[in-house]
Design a protein around this ligand. Structure first.
Ligand code: NAX
Length: 328
């Protein structure tokens, strides 16, 4: 039998955690033949709730789940971690300035980066979900100097999936007919969902749709503001869809993208497409054998250039702000 893969999940007692853990334990994160051991990290006040979730995990009798351990100490939670899903974060509350938000999250992601550096397994893969996800990933990464930078990623797969759904609806096709869609930049309202390289049943998506007004006034804002629309409708932020995207992100990273397709991941920039080196920005990426690569050589038209630059400028501002706060 295979040795279980250690999966550390932070914010395990939160709403995304609740939608995520059962899917991990059922084999959907890594594959139906891969046993997993869950290591849950919570703040002390939420440990009891995490214990309740662990009881329910027991009660599912998942054949692939070899155990659940609960911690309120990051150093212990990341010990031996092969995969780390950093979901727990400090949300923005009323009256909070952006600097306060970044500082509060620095207080979470700095020690978690240090703990990953100290004790995670050599093959550690990190996905940051907690917002501001790109910059939280940057903070964690900069406190894990011994871990290769490419192991720290942030989630834009939910934006990617939202864009697929909107495009499929517009074109009257199934999402299964779509390929090569890209989310560029920051996981924020400035993100840019790009259909100029996307394909609908093998044909260029932008040409097939041929509706610039829809693109600018409907598609892009709908995707970018979808989180707010969900809150408005549900009275709570996206949880099951966010968990599903986290599953997709790691599954694709580990198991590879399909031939002739790519996905969107926020990864450390090597300077591709004019994104300053070191920023954690969303790109079109392919994955193979557990490693990602930024898709090269795409022609970026003027419209896309402006949108990408605006989102990347926001990422650079966030980086400068956390640098000023001494968090990186
Ligand atoms: P919840 O508030 O339901 O849960 C967060 C959990 O994190 C809580 O149980 C809390 O106790 C825990 N936590 C806080 N600090 C912690 C720490 N230092 N160590 C371990 N656990 C800690 O939020 P939820 O709805 O689950 O969302 C979690 C995060 O995902 C938020 O930051 C949210 O903004 C972000 N999202 C990111 C998305 C993305 O696409 N990247 C989309 C969905 C979501 O909005």
């Amino acid at each position: 039998t295979r040795t279980p893969v250690n999966v550390t999940v932070t914010g395990a007692a939160g709403q995304i955690g609740y939608a995520l853990l059962f899917r991990i334990a059922s084999g959907q994160l890594l594959g139906a033949d891969v046993p997993v051991r869950l290591r849950l990290l919570e703040i002390p006040q939420a440990v009891k709730a995490a214990e309740g979730t662990a009881m329910e995990l027991d009660d599912c009798a998942f054949p692939l789940l070899s155990g659940v351990d609960i911690f309120d100490d990051a150093t212990k939670a990341f010990e031996g971690a092969n995969v780390a899903l950093l979901v727990g974060a400090r949300p923005r509350t009323k009256g909070m300035e952006r600097g306060d938000l970044l500082e509060a999250n620095g207080g979470i992601f700095k020690p978690q980066g240090e703990a990953i550096n100290a004790g995670a397994a050599d093959d550690i893969k990190v996905l940051v979900v907690g917002n501001p996800a790109n910059t939280n990933a940057l903070i964690a990464r900069s406190h894990a100097p011994d871990v290769p930078a490419e192991r720290f990623t942030a989630m834009t797969r939910l934006d990617h999936n939202r864009a697929l759904a909107q495009l499929a609806r517009k074109a009257g096709v199934s999402v299964a007919d779509l390929r090569k869609l890209t989310i560029w930049g920051n996981h924020s309202a400035t993100q840019y969902p790009d259909i100029f390289h996307a394909e609908i049943a093998g044909k260029n998506a932008a040409e097939t749709v041929n509706d610039q007004a829809w693109l600018e006034n409907d598609f892009i804002p709908t995707v970018a503001k979808r989180g707010a629309a969900i809150i408005e409708a549900r009275g709570a932020s996206s949880a099951a869809s966010a968990a599903s995207a986290a599953i997709d992100h790691v599954h694709t990273w580990v198991n590879g993208t399909a031939e002739g397709d790519w996905t969107s991941m926020a990864v450390v920039s090597d300077g591709s497409y004019g994104v300053p080196e070191g920023l954690i920005s969303s790109f079109p990426v392919t994955t193979k054998d557990g490693a990602w690569e930024i898709v090269q050589g795409l022609e970026i038209n003027e419209f896309s250039r402006g949108r990408i630059d605006a989102s990347v400028a926001e990422l650079a501002e966030e980086r400068d702000a956390v640098r000023k706060l001494g968090l990186i």
